[in-house]
Design a protein around this ligand. Structure first.
Ligand SMILES: Nc1ncnc2c1ncn2[C@@H]1O[C@H](COP(=O)(O)OP(=O)(O)OP(=O)(O)O)[C@@H](O)[C@H]1O
Ligand SMILES: Nc1ncnc2c1ncn2[C@@H]1O[C@H](COP(=O)(O)OP(=O)(O)OP(=O)(O)O)[C@@H](O)[C@H]1O
Ligand SMILES: [Mg+2]
Ligand SMILES: [Mg+2]
Lengths: 256, 256
């Protein structure tokens, strides 16, 4: 059975999609078979991997509501070992549609059961909220990776996220754990960024990865080319950081 | 009757809260009586204005669900002409609670009716989604201000936002218009940022404010002091930009 990692944080713009796409690519580069699920109605992960609209006709919305099996929605990315289940426009209405379904928090978990044999890792990119889509990801997942922007306002929301993960562990998913916290958009020249990093390491200890992701313009250029930064510019600081992160994540996974 | 401006964009981390807080402060500085409503469960606008938890006991959640009149939730900020209705922890459950209420999209509009005589402008800070909280803000508002980060992924979501505003105008709020689009975190040294700015101006024309907000570290430091950047560092490029933006917004408002 593959490991399911959800990339979650209700704070917006902290690097969830960037981490999901580039970590998935880095893991695929070291021969892990990876499926990336784009559970955000914005569809940024699908765009970042160059999936155009005509390949999103069957997508995670249909899988979530039980209208299509997972295999019908899986799309190749052209990157070896990496496939994706794209997002779709319908997904923005999904949270309201899920409300009246029994076990509404477990729709994704059910849709994925016994469908995952051909992968080693499943990564789920979440929207910036703690609504029913993110709840479905937390119930289906084995572990959570939390991207945390090295900014003051991003720090404020962490305790709400940790409380939500605790609640899901108690009521719906006893195995759920925080795999780690990754500091993103770190700028060594900026005092605030250094301050946030030291606060986070003090508070969360070894849960925080040693690897941090630097602010790097090549990372923000890559999605406009429909490519992960590892493919767009392998020599960049951003690519190196995500390869290091993949190494660290896989080491933690082996230690399980 | 005051003008109600909602600051909305479902893309996360684009500067909604930063714009709501600093624009409100700049308008208050030129003697407009301003009320800022924090409709985001994260409560970042409340924090950015130094409202501590004990002053959030009665908040926008209670007003939205009709449990308290607006006047019970209004809190002074210490800044002349500026008051705030803070967010509260309960707000994260509000979207699910609103679903079964009749006219669920109009709860905020009803709560604000006939309660606004002491203000000139009401600004509403929205969460990063197009769910029921943002929908309530769009139904209650006269106009929308859209902060747009000068990044490729932020550009992708704009058409979804414009379609949603169109839909709200047709079904719930015929007066709703886009007051303007403000480019945030603009970095003149970065090609991508320049490229996004020229694309946006070409596509949206005069809807885009002439004023742009530069990336400025003083802006991101200010919330940790519980102050808007205009109070934290009036001489900074960030403060100057928000004062310019307030001037432009007020000019457009007078032209109405
Ligand atoms: N390390 C980095 N260096 C530079 N830019 C970055 C970095 N990480 C992310 N970005 C850019 O910052 C913006 C926000 O990142 P991203 O979209 O991945 O965050 P998110 O948490 O997925 O946002 P949302 O909450 O909207 O889903 C994007 O434009 C992205 O390209
Ligand atoms: N012009 C700027 N220069 C530097 N930093 C900025 C600027 N504008 C905003 N920031 C910082 O960027 C981060 C995101 O901004 P902000 O929280 O205002 O966005 P948001 O759209 O309200 O996010 P969310 O989608 O989570 O509500 C914050 O840490 C903020 O301090
Ligand atoms: Mg994202
Ligand atoms: Mg905000």
């Amino acid at each position: 059975r593959p490991r399911i990692l959800t990339i979650s944080n209700q704070k917006g713009g902290v690097g969830k999609t960037t981490t999901a796409v580039n970590l998935a690519t880095a893991m695929a580069a070291v021969n892990k078979r990876v499926l990336l699920i784009d559970l955000d109605p914005q569809g940024n992960a699908s765009t970042s991997l160059g999936i155009d609209q005509k390949h999103r006709a069957v997508n995670i919305y249909h899988v979530l509501l039980g209208d299509a099996p997972l295999s019908d929605a899986v799309v190749p990315t052209g990157i070896p070992n990496l496939s994706v289940v794209p997002s779709g426009a319908d997904l923005s209405g999904a949270e309201l549609e899920l409300v009246d379904i029994e076990d509404r928090q477990a729709c994704l978990k059910k849709a994925l059961e016994n469908q995952l044999d051909s992968w080693d890792f499943i990564l789920i990119d979440c929207p910036p909220s703690l609504g029913l889509l993110t709840l479905n990801a937390l119930v289906a997942a084995d572990a959570v990776m939390v991207p945390l922007q090295a900014e003051f306002l991003a720090l404020e929301g962490i305790s709400q996220l940790v409380r939500t993960i605790e609640r899901v562990r108690k009521t719906f998913n006893p195995n759920l754990e925080i795999q780690g916290i990754v500091l993103t958009m770190v700028d060594r020249r900026n005092n605030l960024s250094e301050q946030v990093e030291s606060d986070v390491r003090e508070y969360f200890g070894t849960k925080v990865y040693t690897t941090t992701i630097p602010r790097n313009v090549r990372i923000s250029e890559a999605p406009s080319h429909g490519k992960p930064v590892l493919i767009y510019d392998l020599q960049s600081k951003g690519s190196k950081a995500y390869l290091d992160l993949a190494g660290e994540v896989l080491k933690r996974e082996q230690g399980l």
